[in-house]
Ligand binder design. Structure first.
Ligand code: NAI
Ligand code: MG
Length: 495
């Protein structure tokens, strides 16, 4: 037992065909608690042979049973998965916090959202319909939507179980079997979920291969029996995944990085905007693809807003994520902490100024963990590296604006296009700006609010395809057209 009161095993294996399976190589890796550095467990380090075993198992399950399980039955299973998550949400949340470092309150919300995601797709399973097409002559033409068979899913570490839910739920609803690779930093919650689901989900329908990206992720992408890959992670790896999927002409959806603008107009409700800006950059310690990491503040309200923002940022309680009063935990790993501190240093070299934070906290209690103080950089120019690249940590870049056209050009002037926040009381202004922003998901007078049914995904290099929506089911199916002669007369071409 550890501080969080969950019992972890010393060693975790792959979950294949409903069983725990060690790596063919026998190799393992460590997963650690980023708040303390404490070793949590050894985990099987998979490679191509483990991936092959998982894909073959998934393929067998698909051919022999899952492909014959009707949509209604699949939907019921998804409802049961939602129930299992809800009934075990406290344990799953504790595991998530141990492995990822996010405050317990955030882990609990992740579990709630994960169960809701399964419920949304549980209901959707029976609504995924084909169509008939009007065709010439005495003929009937209809289109079936059929599952791919085995899909490969690669999950990031920032919302480990929630991102697994976003991917598993539509894949299963559409009738696929899955081989899922969790991030090497955070494999534990999805493994525990698999264990909890052993009486609910038929064997071989969900398989998990743990391990590192190049050894376990890459062979999944290149496996000839995997015809669809869904990936969430860095744009850099997303590009590699897309290229590797081309080998077998597999379909891909990618949910990648962001550098989303939060635009505050002078007429905005500044108290509401302040809450939205804080949430957008410090939730999950800024480790979210949707992070509102570039704040465009109009010059008329700049000083007043900054004063409040600094005061509120100083009050964020950073520390042990298992304590109820903690608002921000550590980053996920030492590597991520170094990366984020490196960006802050670079920002300063480029001419930005640190108003708050800027380093690892001095508190000796927190030294063992991968903490970074909530940080605000001002005097940022849009062409600086810190304004162009995804930092993926609690670092807000502030830009001052006065000319609407220039501000819009800068808001769009990054390679990414995931999200954006618009803060104004002028509806016309809000809608006009929403139309002009190159982003896939836009919030007006709020931030970081998601709806099942609403498509989430990026413009430009933030990705391809959408998640969370009904149409996500289309990404998990292929179309089969059937054309039937009804005339009964042979049609002669060669006489
Ligand atoms: P990453 O893109 O390397 O990792 C994401 C997932 O991809 C992990 O499961 C990893 O094992 C897997 N992976 C890595 N290389 C692979 C390969 N060659 N083939 C197949 N799978 C592979 O991200 P990383 O290194 O953990 O973080 C680096 C940066 O990526 C972060 O600082 C952040 O900017 C971005 N990122 C964005 C996320 C998002 O939600 N959009 C999530 C995680 C990271
Ligand atoms: Mg990586």
């Amino acid at each position: 037992m550890n501080a969080a009161n969950v019992s972890l095993k010393e060693k975790y294996s792959h979950f294949i065909g409903g069983e725990w399976v060690e790596s063919a190589s026998g190799r393992t890796f460590e997963t650690r608690n980023p708040a303390t550095g404490e070793l949590l467990a050894q985990v099987a380090a998979g490679d191509a042979s483990d991936v092959d075993r998982a894909v073959e198992t998934a393929w067998q399950a698909f051919r022999t049973s899952w492909s014959r399980t009707d949509a209604n039955a699949r939907g019921k299973i998804l409802y049961q998965i939602a129930e299992v998550i809800r009934n075990n949400s406290e344990e799953l949340a504790q595991i998530e916090t141990l492995d990822n470092g996010k405050p317990l309150m955030e882990s609990r919300l992740d579990m709630y959202l994960a169960s809701e995601c399964f419920e949304y797709y549980a209901g959707a399973a029976t609504k995924l319909e084909g169509k008939t097409v009007p065709v010439f002559g005495e003929r009937l033409d209809y289109v079936l939507r059929e599952p791919w068979g085995v899909v490969g899913q690669i999950i990031p570490w920032n919302f480990p179980l929630l991102m697994a839910a976003w991917k598993l739920a539509p894949a299963l609803a559409a009738g696929n079997c899955v081989v899922l690779k969790p991030a090497e930093q955070t494999p534990l919650s999805v493994l525990r979920l698999c264990e909890l689901l052993s009486d609910v989900v038929p064997q071989g329908v969900i398989n998990v291969v743990t391990g590192f990206g190049p050894e376990a992720g890459a062979p999944l992408v290149k496996h000839p029996k995997v015809k669809k890959i869904a990936f969430t992670g860095s744009t850099e790896v997303g590009r590699e995944v897309m290229a590797a999927a081309a080998v077998n002409v597999a379909d891909v959806t990618l949910e990648l990085g962001g550098k989303s603008p939060q635009i505050v107009f002078p007429d905005a409700d500044l108290d509401a905007a302040l809450e939205g800006v804080l949430l957008g950059i410090f939730y999950n310690a800024g480790q979210q693809c949707s992070a509102g990491s570039r704040l465009f503040l109009h010059e008329d309200i700049y000083d007043a807003f900054i004063e409040k923002l600094v005061e509120r940022t100083r009050r964020i309680s950073v520390g042990d994520p298992t304590k109820p009063e903690t608002q921000m935990g550590p980053l996920v790993s030492r590597e991520q902490q170094k990366r984020v501190l490196g960006y802050i240093e670079l920002g300063v070299k480029e001419g930005a100024r640190v108003l708050v934070g800027g380093q690892a906290p001095e508190d000796p209690e927190l030294r063992r963990g991968c903490y970074v103080e909530p940080t605000i950089l001002v005097d940022v120019q849009n062409d600086m590296t810190v304004a162009q690249e995804e930092i993926f940590g609690p670092v807000l870049c502030v830009l001052r604006w006065n000319d609407y056209g220039t501000m819009l050009e800068q808001a769009n002037g990054v390679p990414y296009g995931l999200c954006a926040g618009i803060w104004t009381r002028d509806l016309l202004q809000a809608h006009k700006t929403a139309q002009r922003l190159e982003a896939g998901y836009i919030w007006i007078n709020q931030y970081d609010v998601y709806a099942y049914g609403a498509p989430f995904g990026g413009y430009k290099q933030s990705g391809v395809g959408r998640e969370l929506a009904f149409e996500t089911l289309y990404h998990y199916t292929q179309q089969k057209n059937v054309n039937i002669d009804l005339s009964g007369k042979p049609s002669r071409w060669f006489r």
